[in-house]
Design a protein around this ligand. Structure first.
Ligand SMILES: Nc1ncnc2c1ncn2[C@@H]1O[C@H](COP(=O)(O)OP(=O)(O)O)[C@@H](O)[C@H]1O
Ligand SMILES: [Mg+2]
Length: 384
């Protein structure tokens, strides 16, 4: 597929393609400049043969519309969608970073806390999409981008579902290039559900923790069979640093039956939290509040990512906060560590107290001789 910048690098008279960020089976992704809003964007330009397919174009627009309504710090924001010179394209937030698959290839397995912190962020984003009624259908590390400061964003929501509108004969293995991460029900040709995304996310976590995929085969059919029937090697056999409780969670997520897994990506993310960086996790009791204070973590991504001067280091990312940000607006986490209430020390010798003390001393000094004099006069004192 053509990866270079097209001859006319301007799309819809607005987006200028600058350089290539990467390519998958169905599209090339470019870094581009939105000339109207003067901001960097990423543009996914679809292959000519897909762009020409009427039903795909229709479905793609529907999916882009649904994805454009998602606004979450762990989801790549969709800005626009267009069709120019016979090519379909999608305009999205530009995320400076690296896709997770490249990092896994480079680094092998990840430390447990780092893997958990990242997957908890992915679970927060995917869980939010599930609550909005959208299933990703193609959760894989290629669709997860991590910024240098550890923020994670999931991309390509709905694109896999749009692809399913294409006649099966037109699919190529390259397009359906993620059978390593497909759920057993997807492998069996059934419709995916939120539980399918939870399974795929479990495969990504397994790969990060052990450095290898739970199922491998050169043949897509064999891979599909393994997802439906085979048991993965228990991850602790491959990495003894995985806590036994985390292994149990991971094996449950990889259950063949969707009902045996966790109900939602949110629940999976919550269960992962205690295995993340200790500082990053504070059990949070939701409390009712009268007025909604500023949210703990708000990132309309583009504004923050790009407006930050490059010399200024980004603040450390806190997955616990990202999770809190995905919770209903009328519930906020209790402040992480309020600590015991320390009583304010009240000063003992204030000017008021000193003056009052002097007045009482003077009164007592005056009253005592006067009282003695009265008693003497009355004959009550000094007589036997
Ligand atoms: N919004 C984005 N910001 C920055 N890079 C991106 C963005 N979306 C995709 N990319 C890069 O483009 C590459 C190709 O993406 P894609 O065409 O979806 O193929 P795949 O997901 O199979 O790798 C990704 O691996 C990623 O590195
Ligand atoms: Mg992708």
């Amino acid at each position: 597929m053509e990866r270079s910048i097209p001859d006319t690098p301007m799309l819809s008279n607005r987006y200028k393609l600058l350089d290539t960020l990467g390519a998958g089976g169905m599209a090339v992704v470019y870094r581009a400049q939105d000339m109207m809003l003067e901001r960097p964007v990423a543009i996914k330009l679809l292959r000519q043969d897909f762009s020409g397919n009427q039903s795909f174009r229709h479905q793609f627009r529907l999916e882009a519309k649904a994805a454009a309504n998602l606004s979450h710090p762990n989801i790549v924001t969709v800005y626009d969608f267009g069709f120019d010179a016979g090519r379909l394209f999608i305009v999205m937030e530009y995320v400076p970073g690296k896709d997770l698959k490249s990092s896994i290839r480079e680094r092998g397995r990840f430390p447990v806390t780092e893997a958990v912190n990242l997957i908890a962020q992915a679970a927060a984003g995917i869980g939010y999409a599930h609550r909005a009624g959208l299933v990703h259908c193609d959760v894989k590390p290629h669709n997860i981008i991590v910024t240098p400061d550890g923020r994670l964003k999931v991309t390509d929501f709905g694109i896999a579902r749009a692809l399913s509108s294409i006649n099966p004969d037109e699919h190529t293995d390259e397009v359906w290039g993620s059978p390593q991460y497909f759920s057993p029900e997807q492998a069996a040709g059934l419709a995916p559900s939120p539980a399918s995304d939870v399974y795929s996310l479990g495969v990504v976590l397994y790969e990060m923790l052990t450095g290898q995929l739970p199922f491998t085969a050169t043949d897509a059919q064999e891979l599909a069979r393994q997802h439906r029937e085979a048991r993965p090697v228990p991850p602790r056999r491959l990495n003894r640093e995985i806590p036994p409780e985390l292994e149990q969670i991971l094996l449950k997520v990889l259950s063949k039956e969707p009902a045996q897994r966790y109900r939602s990506a949110d629940q999976f993310g919550r269960l992962l939290m205690p295995f993340g960086t200790r500082n990053d996790y504070t059990p949070q009791t939701p409390v009712e509040i009268r007025s909604v204070p500023p949210q703990v973590y708000q990132q309309p991504a583009q504004a923050q990512v790009n407006s930050r001067p490059s010399a200024q280091p980004a603040p450390a990312y806190n997955p616990g906060q990202a999770y809190a940000a995905s919770q209903p607006a009328n519930q906020v986490p209790v402040s992480p560590n309020p600590g015991p209430a320390v009583p304010q020390a009240s000063p003992l010798f204030t000017p008021d107290i000193i003056i009052l003390t002097i007045i009482s001393i003077v009164m007592w000094v005056g009253i005592l001789p006067f009282g003695a004099y009265v008693l003497l006069k009355l004959g009550l004192l000094g007589t036997p």
